[in-house]
Design a protein around this ligand. Structure first.
Ligand code: NAG
Ligand code: NAG
Ligand code: NAG
Ligand code: NAG
Ligand code: NAG
Ligand code: NAG
Ligand code: NAG
Ligand code: NAG
Ligand code: NAG
Ligand code: NAG
Ligand code: NAG
Ligand code: NAG
Length: 627
């Protein structure tokens, strides 16, 4: 009888994928039978590897279509792909950088997505359909998370429907001039947080932040997705039928009041099944669906687990905590005092207000032996924005040899330079990490130049390939003693934000966008990923094809076609450096030149109290005094 009840309860949980309380409050559900709360990160989860096997059938088919359409010389896509005893795996990675990164990333994604009008004709349409993974960080996680969690919607549909991604009012004043709308949004956030607190869970500013973000990303759902969980994906048709890439978002471990750098950070990922880290400081995963459950040494303390803690907006807020302090700015705005007082009430409930931190309590990794003391000895797990260790492009999940990725399309929408364009800093941080303890479990990462050379050699003004010849990794292998094969080190197709039809270098801390500006940045992103709609290189699609198949060709000892050799001559970084210090900031169609047009950068550090964020140079928000 007892078993029957457990079984029924368990089945019920599987069916009702939304929060068990149907609200923001986590609630009790039965733990699965013989439940292990954590596992070592020594392989993919069974769920992921099963899922990927089915996804492979779809990506194989779509990749053949993409490659057939790419006009590659001397290459028979069907023969090549069907002749393999494995599947080629493509990973897409979208960097952080606030709404700018979300919108640039959306444009880049749309150029790769066959559902976008024109993507097949003058973009890389079909690549999303042929990709295995899509990863987002901070602003990039807003894009990836919005698309994944809204039943794998697509960018054009979002814009046309107009329900979500309305950024015309700042998040601290969601109703704009409609005060009542702002008041009702905050009132429902207040109720949600109340629910979670009453259920016995500690609140952090990230709860407030995640709920606020949800009002933009899940605007069409009841109480903007208060009951929508991240693990909900496991039950979504678009996921169970493997039509979307496997989504992952990242964040970092960091204690309140401390700073982190890439070489020591513990990098967490959230995927539809699990959260945890491949890094040696944790090297464990826990099912994301049962976050909030109290464990000791990986075992639940009793038969009752918790569900609904993994609220989708909360997880997307966790990857982007750098921005949560905006909510503290309320008194500097001219919002009605009724709204101010609701917000002040909410703020009174949260712990660590002063910190850009998300609180995960109970800590699922409590008293586990694999984790370092900082993680295992504390009943709370503290997580922060994925970009705070300078690795602003979320490459790490795609560099795990278990994931067996052939090529990563790395979209860099960081603001590194004085004018808020990328300069490769994020790639450098990931390159350097492999020389430290935290990098030992990842595949090798290819050589990249210094940031001045990135700019001077036009590696940020048009797409650039890194790791073109896996033989060049042997020196890295000798230095790092990396045990993985060089073939398992993905080739990187790096594409940085740059202007074509629009100057898309808006400040990371710009918190509202008129629809016209939003759409212009998205269009520019399309152009960035497609070499200005193929006008700058009508063989761009073929060159992308050459990059996708290269690792597998190397495995098989195959030579490249003449066409692919030319593509590689054009797009691969050739190992040279140019450290001359002129500022190459004037973009031409094909590169960049000395001198720059003055583009006003809104100065934010001055206006907002985001001091820590402003000290993180990657966000490039130098106080220029311009506005
Ligand atoms: C797959 O094929 C390659 C040659 O193309 C071979 O070296 C490898 O052993 C094969 N792997 C399996 C698991 O059959
Ligand atoms: C590039 O293609 C996109 C999508 O089809 C379109 O919206 C945009 O106007 C095109 N840009 C140019 C410069 O033609
Ligand atoms: C993409 O769309 C085009 C035209 O709509 C179609 O012919 C093609 O088969 C599609 N390819 C993929 C990979 O979905
Ligand atoms: C996804 O689609 C299903 C079935 O149409 C619907 O019930 C559900 O509410 C949708 N989920 C989201 C997050 O929109
Ligand atoms: C990184 O961790 C090591 C070992 O714990 C420590 O010695 C070093 O100071 C840390 N580095 C930084 C920059 O925090
Ligand atoms: C199980 O443990 C949790 C966490 O300590 C506690 O809140 C809950 O009341 C316990 N449930 C039962 C049925 O003992
Ligand atoms: C806003 O001002 C009120 C009144 O001075 C104060 O009580 C409240 O704590 C302030 N809120 C914030 C977030 O600073
Ligand atoms: C940690 O786990 C071990 C092994 O299960 C157990 O013996 C010990 O009591 C636990 N320590 C704490 C503080 O809970
Ligand atoms: C957990 O970490 C917090 C923040 O660093 C610290 O204040 C607290 O004392 C730690 N708790 C334990 C039990 O170590
Ligand atoms: C970079 O682009 C500029 C402008 O198009 C061009 O003059 C220069 O030769 C290019 N540099 C390299 C190394 O390709
Ligand atoms: C920079 O570009 C502008 C046009 O966008 C041009 O007028 C100016 O001469 C360029 N400056 C340099 C130094 O090339
Ligand atoms: C590149 O960006 C970093 C910050 O992300 C900055 O510290 C560095 O000075 C920049 N380098 C160049 C050459 O612009």
């Amino acid at each position: 009888m007892f078993h029957l009840v457990t079984l029924l309860l368990f089945n019920f949980c599987l069916i009702s994928a939304w929060s068990p309380t149907d609200s923001y409050a986590p609630g009790e559900i039965a733990c699965p039978k013989n439940y292990n709360g954590v596992r070592l990160a020594d392989q993919l989860s069974n769920e992921e590897s099963d899922w990927i096997q089915s996804r492979n059938e779809i990506t194989d088919k779509n990749l053949i279509e993409f490659l057939n359409h790419a006009n590659m010389d001397d290459f028979d896509a069907e023969n090549f792909i069907t002749g393999l005893n494995r599947s080629i795996k493509i990973g897409l990675a979208f960097s952080g950088g606030g709404y700018r990164a979300m919108l640039c990333g959306a444009g880049q994604f749309s150029a790769l997505d066959n559902r976008t009008r024109g993507a097949w004709e003058h973009g890389l349409g079909g690549l999303v359909q042929a990709s295995t993974y899509m990863v987002g960080l901070s602003g990039g996680n807003w894009m990836v998370g919005t698309i994944a969690m809204n039943n794998f919607t697509h960018v054009e549909k979002i814009i046309e429907q107009g329900t979500i991604w309305d950024l015309s009012s700042s998040i601290i004043n969601p109703g704009g001039w409609k005060i009542w709308k702002t008041a009702s949004t905050f009132k429902s956030i207040d109720d949600d947080l109340d629910d979670k607190k009453d259920a016995g869970f500690e609140l952090s500013l990230t709860d407030f932040w995640g709920r606020s973000l949800s009002s933009q990303f899940f605007a069409g759902l009841d109480d903007f997705g208060a009951a929508l969980t991240w693990s909900n994906l496991q039950n979504a048709d678009v996921f169970t039928n493997h039509e979307m890439p496997f989504p992952i978002v990242v964040s970092l471990g960091r204690e309140p009041g401390t700073l982190i750098v890439s070489i020591n950070s513990t990098l967490f990922e959230f995927n539809p099944y699990e959260m945890g880290s491949w890094d040696p400081t944790l090297y464990q995963f826990t099912p994301v669906k049962y976050l909030g459950t109290e464990y000791n040494n990986g075992n639940p303390v009793n038969d009752t687990c918790i569900g609904g803690f993994d609220n989708a907006g909360f997880i997307m807020g966790t990857s982007s905590t750098l921005f949560n302090q905006f909510l503290l700015q309320i008194n500097t705005t001219s919002i009605a005092s009724t709204v101010k007082s609701i917000i002040t009430t909410i703020l009174k409930r949260v712990s660590h207000k002063e910190d850009d931190i998300a609180i995960y309590r109970p800590n699922p990794f409590y008293n586990t032996s694999a984790a370092i003391d900082k993680i295992s000895k504390n009943d709370t797990l503290f997580l922060v924005d994925g970009g705070e260790d300078l690795q602003n492009i979320p490459l790490a999940p795609l560099l795990q040899p278990e994931r067996d990725v052939d090529v990563i399309f790395a979209f860099d929408n960081s603001a590194d330079t004085e004018y808020s364009w990328p300069n490769g800093t994020s790639m450098i941080a990931t390159f350097e990490r492999q020389y430290n303890r935290q990098g030992v479990n990842a595949s090798m990462f290819p050589y990249v130049p210094d940031s001045q050379s990135f700019i001077n050699l036009n590696l940020t003004s048009r797409p650039a390939f890194f790791g073109c010849d896996s033989k060049n990794l042997s020196t890295i292998q000798a230095q790092t003693h990396n045990p993985t094969s060089a073939f398992s080190s993905p080739l990187i197709v790096y594409t940085a934000n740059r202007p074509f039809s629009y100057s898309s270098n808006t400040s990371t801390f710009k918190m509202s966008y008129e629809n016209g500006e939003r759409d212009a940045i998205i269009q520019n992103g399309f152009e960035v990923a497609s070499r200005n709609n193929m006008t700058l290189d009508d063989e761009w699609r073929a060159c992308v094809g050459c990059a996708i198949i290269r690792r597998e060709q190397e495995r098989q000892g195959q030579e490249q076609s003449e066409q692919c050799k030319q593509c590689f001559a054009k797009y691969c970084w050739d190992g040279s450096l140019d450290r001359t210090s002129q500022i190459n900031a004037n973009f031409t169609d094909n590169g960049s030149t000395e001198g720059h047009t003055k583009i006003a950068i809104r100065s934010l550090c001055k206006n907002y109290v985001i001091k820590r964020a402003c000290s993180i140079t990657m966000f490039g928000n130098k106080d220029t005094g311009e506005d």
